[in-house]
Design a protein around this ligand. Structure first.
Ligand SMILES: C[S@@+](CC[C@H](N)C(=O)[O-])C[C@H]1O[C@@H](n2cnc3c(N)ncnc32)[C@H](O)[C@@H]1O
Length: 284
C-alpha cells in the first residue's frame, strides 16, 4: 500500500488513548488533527473484525448478486476510472474491479487497508490501495469518471468539505455516488425496533445490551456532525450546495431485501436502518 509523503506525520505518531481526547479545559478542546487520529485509531482497532459485522460484508450469494446488479446500474457498463474514498476493507473497490473497472481505493486506516489488500490478493486482483485523508485528497483536479464511497459520511469530521473535495477530483460530467445508511436517524420506528432487539439480547443472552462497548471512544462522536440525528437525505442538499447537478436519492431496496433474508430476528431488530444512494453529476 502506498503512503504519500507527509501523511506519516499523522499516522506514524503513537496514539495514547488516555491523552489525546481529554479536554485541556472545561470546553471542547479537541484539535482537528487529534480528532482525525482518534478516527484513524478507531478504524485500525476495528479493522480485523470489521467484515464480520452486519452490514459490512456479503452474507449470501444472492446478496452478492444484488450488490453487483446495483453497482452495474450505478456505474454503467463502460470501463470507468473510479476512486473509492474511505475504501476500508475494500468492498466497493473489489466488486468494481471484478466488474472490469479501474479502481483506486483510499483510506486513512492502515489496518483497514491491510484487510483490503489481503482480500484483493486472495481474489488475484490488482488494486491500488493508498493511505490518505479523503477530506484533503492528494489527487489532481478533474481526474476521475466516478468517485464512490459506502458508509463513510458519518465518520467525516467535515462532510461538506469532503463532498467538495470529491467533486474537485471528478472530471466534468463525472459522477459522485454516495452509498449510506440512515444510522443516526432518530425515527421512532427505528428506536422501537432497536429497543425490542435489546430486550431480546437481555432475555435470551442474559447480557446487558445497554452497556455499550464501542470502538469510538470518548466523546468523539460529538465531533462527527452526521452522528447527531442527521437524516442522511440531507446529504442531497449538500450535494447541490457543492455545485453537483441531477442530484437524486434512491433506496437500496433489492440489496436490503436479500440481506434481510439471511438475518436473524436479533439482527433484523438491531439493524432497522434503511440504506440509500445519493448521486450527483459535476457540470461540464
Ligand atoms: C464504515 S467504514 C466503510 C468502509 C468501506 N467503505 C465499506 O463500505 O465497508 C469507514 C471508513 O472510512 C475511513 N475514513 C474515515 N475518515 C477518513 C478520512 N478522513 N480519510 C480517509 N478515510 C477515512 C475509515 O478508516 C474506515 O475505513
Amino acid at each position: 500500500m502506498e503512503r504519500p509523503d507527509g501523511f506519516l506525520k499523522l499516522i506514524g505518531r503513537e496514539i495514547k488513548s488516555s491523552g489525546l481526547y481529554q479536554s485541556t479545559n472545561s470546553g471542547d478542546a479537541y484539535m482537528d488533527n487529534d480528532v482525525k487520529e482518534i478516527v484513524l485509531e478507531s478504524w485500525n482497532k476495528w479493522s480485523s473484525d470489521y467484515d464480520s459485522y452486519y452490514p459490512h460484508t456479503i452474507k449470501s450469494a444472492k446478496e452478492d448478486l444484488e450488490w453487483k446488479n446495483t453497482l452495474k446500474k450505478l456505474v454503467g457498463n463502460k470501463v470507468q476510472n473510479i476512486l473509492d474514498v474511505g475504501t476500508g476493507t475494500g468492498f466497493l473497490a473489489i466488486d468494481l474491479t471484478e466488474m472490469g473497472h479501474k479502481v483506486k481505493g483510499i483510506d486513512l486506516s492502515e489496518g483497514m487497508l491491510k484487510e483490503a489488500e489481503r482480500k484483493a490478493k486472495d481474489r488475484n486482483l490488482e488494486i491500488q490501495f493508498v493511505i490518505g485523508d479523503v477530506e484533503e485528497l492528494d489527487e489532481p483536479d478533474n481526474s476521475y469518471d466516478i468517485v464512490i464511497n459506502r458508509f463513510i459520511l458519518w465518520t467525516m469530521q467535515y462532510p461538506e468539505k469532503a463532498i467538495r473535495e470529491w467533486t474537485r477530483v471528478l472530471k466534468p460530467g463525472g459522477r459522485l455516488i454516495v452509498i449510506d445508511g440512515m444510522w443516526f436517524d432518530k425515527k421512532l420506528s427505528y428506536q422501537v425496533e432497536k429497543f425490542l432487539g435489546n430486550l431480546l439480547i437481555l432475555f435470551t443472552e442474559f447480557k446487558n445490551p445497554w452497556k455499550k462497548t464501542t470502538y469510538f471512544e470518548g466523546n468523539l462522536k460529538e465531533r462527527l456532525p452526521f452522528t447527531k440525528n442527521k437524516n442522511a437525505c440531507t446529504v442531497n442538499l449538500i450535494f447541490k450546495k457543492c455545485g453537483l447537478k441531477d442530484v437524486k436519492v434512491t433506496e437500496l431496496v433489492e440489496v436490503e431485501k436479500e440481506e434481510k433474508k439471511v438475518m436473524s430476528l436479533k439482527e433484523l431488530l438491531l439493524n432497522p436502518y434503511r440504506k440509500i444512494v445519493i448521486e450527483g453529476v459535476k457540470p461540464e
